[in-house]
Design a protein around this ligand. Structure first.
Ligand SMILES: [Zn+2]
Ligand SMILES: [Zn+2]
Length: 819
């Protein structure tokens, strides 16, 4: 065995192996290999944001541990990587960096700028993924902004359109006035916010009486379409059916009965406008009221807002409140906490508008989603309800069109004379309808010869929500079912409602089959203060800072050990420091082993000379293997990590290595066979530790493996070696009991030395151990040499009777040491 150098530079080691793994194709999926079963990871393609934050470190580490573990379990692992390019954030950033508005420049020029930014961001993030030691097969890399990927998104749209899942409609939708696009429910965040409740008098038509309403959105008064009262509210139900005059715009609307009105809230008289919130949408739909949409796409009041046209909502609010005051209609205001919806991307207040959009009929699949979610294995199990609850909570179908530039074009034209939808043929894609006409001579409906293109693009989730099929090779590979459904889909807890859900509905609609067999959920990363990590809270830690200081293997240990899978994990520097200290411990132990094994040739002949302590740690190693294997099978990374670290640090280094040093240094005393037995044990246990640690700490384990073991083992990388097969027969309870006793005795004698303030290597002239039982006496006699050697005892006597001296807790054994 070659000796290990004294110190190590983890950053150098990591760089070295990242290069060598890639060069040697260690992580390539072998499509020709039909013997091993496949294991496919549905790696979620991230939005290129240019930032690889600690949340990314957490979730990439999770699924990389799974991939590495399965690879060692002799699966043919397919671990692809793509980039979900068409994020709204890219458009926003391009506008900011270049100080332009996308509508003010030619779309193809704007797209070029977006692509350049995406390329820049991908380069940064790819570097970070590699640096973290993620075992991606980079030959699979793809970008959703390439026409070859559009082709798949467009094809899936065409197929779903033909199946009746896609439709165009004018429905209320969530609209971000800053991003100027429709957004899906999943892109709206609801939060508590302080608002002002305005109490306003609405005069009854043809009467001197008036009713008072309370609203936080007086700017929507011009969009008022009705006043609602709970029919059981005896204060006001006599007004139902009468007309009321909307202030300022002086328009009469009806007072309608509505059971959903809460008489306790505000005044019990509610203004229905189009649209203040989702409740308005429901009321308007239920009572078949005609909406008056006064907001334009840019968030300003349109011509239907009369004298307020051209104002932003905030300006309109001020103006309208002022006018109400002038007319004496504003009675009072009060502060109130209210729930508001904000844009996930830019945090602007989301409005509800009515515009013609493309939708996918997702709600029709809700029962199927629930049934399938229950069949999928969830890590942890309780996460499945998040998906089911989300699917059940959806009021609207998924709006899939976006009024943006940088996105996959919707492959549709319209006939200029009759307006018929011309859907692209499957063989036409990829196609940009803005650049090409449909490949037909005339409109199939009216014979018209002129067409105009759909200018909207797809929601970026339309690209990424077919990843399971695309990763498997759909639609080009005849063999794509081999990798479909994906064996595992990893997802953050915050994107179950998007990623896990959209994948599910898209694939169910397309193939009537689940896209993934299991779903692995990670929680959020919290700052050291326990709050969600964010730049604005000043508890943010940048990933490069962590990796530069302690390396990837220490960061990965933090991710694995930070908490139960699915729970939120705080980032604490001491956790990463502990990881680094553990690596130093492992390195030093390995160095020690390598020095003592320089004359060792692995063979099983030494087995007959195994001593009680050797048998003890070999059995404990088997037990550890079993525990770690079961934990990794269940994606319990923290349990696996803690078990290995405790074993390595406290059982292997502190106890076993200390207890066999003497045997290794003095073959003339113990005999060559017993020395060989210790060498065999060290060799076996250290190799096993490296294997068990490999999925979590891939770099350092590879470095030690390559220096110490690679010559004798046939695998070109530790990560291609086979995971140890758990053999229950190798777990020997008797040997463990025996070993524990010897270890307890050694520990107590050493403790006594430190209590006496004498160095550990001080010889003990005579040691008498009173066992009090024949059993213990027999056991200790068998371990006599290791006890005497480790504790530097010159004369050791073991007696069966009970005696005096220091007690070894819970064994009823006492000893007397004479110096
Ligand atoms: Zn926005
Ligand atoms: Zn036509």
């Amino acid at each position: 065995m070659k000796p290990l150098p004294k110190g190590f530079n983890i950053l150098e080691i990591e760089r070295k192996w990242q290069g060598k793994w890639e060069e040697a194709g260690v992580y390539h999926f072998d499509s020709k290999d039909r013997k091993r079963p496949v294991f496919s990871v549905d790696t979620p393609p991230p939005y290129p944001s240019g930032d690889f934050h600690m949340g990314n470190v957490l979730n990439w580490t999770y699924f990389d541990i799974v991939a590495r573990f399965k690879r060692m379990r002799e699966f043919n692992v397919y671990f692809p990587q793509g980039w979900d390019c068409h994020g709204l954030g890219i458009e926003v950033q391009v506008e900011k960096e270049n100080d332009i508005r996308k509508r003010e420049m030619p779309p193809d020029k704007f797209t070029k700028l977006c692509e350049a930014l995406v390329d820049k961001y991908i380069a940064i993030m790819k570097k970070a993924v590699v640096r973290l030691g993620i075992s991606i097969d980079w030959t699979t890399e793809y970008r959703t902004m390439n026409p070859d990927y559009w082709r798949r998104t467009q094809l899936s749209f065409i197929l779903l359109h033909k199946k009746g899942f896609m439709y165009q409609g004018t429905h209320p939708i969530n609209w971000c006035p800053s991003c100027e696009t429709a957004i899906a429910d999943a892109e709206v965040n609801y939060e508590q916010h302080e608002g002002t409740l305005h109490y306003i008098k609405f005069p009854l038509e043809g009467s001197k009486e008036s009713l008072m309403i309370a609203t936080t959105r007086p700017e929507l008064i011009p969009a008022c379409v009705a006043i609602a009262i709970n029919p059981s509210d005896n204060r006001f139900n006599k007004y139902i059916g009468k007309n009321i005059i909307v202030p300022l715009v002086k328009r009469a609307v009806q007072i309608i009965p509505d059971e959903t009105v809460d008489p306790e809230f505000g005044t019990g008289v509610v203004m229905i406008c189009t649209y203040g919130d989702k409740a308005d949408v429901k009321t308007v739909l239920h009572h078949k009221l005609k909406p008056i949409i006064i907001l334009a796409g840019d968030g300003k009041i349109n011509e239907k807002g009369g004298k307020y046209a051209g104002l932003t909502t905030n300006e309109a609010k001020k103006a309208i409140v002022g006018d109400l005051q002038t007319e004496g209609l504003l009675v009072k205001t009060e502060k109130i906490m209210q729930e508001i919806g904000t844009c996930d991307r830019c945090e602007s207040l989301v409005e509800i508008l009515e515009l013609k959009q493309w939708f996918m009929k997702t709600r029709a699949l809700t029962d199927k989603v629930e049934q399938t979610a229950n069949e999928v294995v969830w890590y942890p199990d309780y996460m499945k309800t998040r998906l089911v609850d989300w699917a059940r909570s959806l009021d609207w179908d998924w709006v899939i069109s976006r009024q943006r530039v940088f996105g996959t074009p919707i492959p549709v034209w319209y006939c200029k004379s009759c307006g018929a939808v011309i859907l692209a043929e499957e063989s036409w894609v990829p196609i940009d309808p803005k650049l090409e006409n449909p490949r037909i001579k005339q409109c199939p409906k009216c014979g018209g010869k002129a067409f105009f293109a759909e200018r909207d693009v797809f929601d970026t989730w339309m690209d990424s929500s077919i990843s399971c099929a695309v990763h498997a090779g759909w639609p080009d590979s005849k063999d794509w079912r081999r990798l479909f459904p994906a064996d595992v889909h990893p997802s953050g807890i915050d994107i179950i409602r998007t990623w896990a859900y959209y994948l599910m509905v898209r694939h169910l609609a397309l193939f009537n089959e689940t896209p993934y067999k299991s779903c692995l959920i990670n929680g959020m990363v919290l700052g050291a203060d326990g709050r969600k990590m964010s730049k604005s809270l000043k508890n943010y830690v940048a990933t490069p800072e962590v990796l530069d200081k302690y390396g990837a293997d220490a960061a990965r240990q933090w991710a694995a050990a930070g908490g139960a899978t699915g729970s939120d994990i705080p980032f604490r520097w001491p956790d990463v420091e502990y990881g680094k200290r553990f690596m130093t411990k492992l390195w030093n132990a390995s160095g020690f082993v390598s020095n003592l094994l320089n004359d060792y040739e692995p063979d099983d002949k030494a087995k007959h000379a195994l001593q009680p302590l050797d048998k003890w740690i070999l059995s404990k190693t088997e037990r550890l293997t079993k525990t770690v294997t079961e934990a990794l099978d269940k994606c319990q990374f923290n349990i696996a990590m803690e078990e290995i670290r405790n074993f390595t640090w406290h059982v292997f280094c502190d106890c076993y290595i200390e207890a066999v040093k003497d045997r290794l240094y003095k073959p003339e005393v113990y005999g060559i066979d017993k020395r060989k037995a210790a060498q065999y044990t060290l060799y076996t246990v250290l190799h096993r530790i490296l294997q068990l640690l490999a999925p979590i700490m891939p770099h350092l384990t590879e470095e030690i493996y390559q220096t110490l073991f690679a010559e004798k083992k046939v695998f070109r990388s530790l990560h291609l070696s086979c995971w140890p097969i758990v053999n229950d027969k190798m777990i020997d309870e008797e040997a463990e009991k025996h070993g524990e006793l010897i270890v307890a005795v050694i520990t107590e004698i050493r403790r006594e030395k430190s209590e006496r303030h004498v160095p550990l290597n001080t010889p003990i002239r005579k040691l008498i151990i009173y066992t009090g039982s024949k059993d213990s006496a027999n056991m200790l006699t068998k371990g006599k040499e290791d006890i005497a050697g480790t504790c530097k005892v010159e004369s050791l006597e073991i007696v069966t009777k009970e005696g005096e001296g220091k007690e070894i807790a819970s064994y009823g054994i006492r000893f007397v040491a004479k110096y």
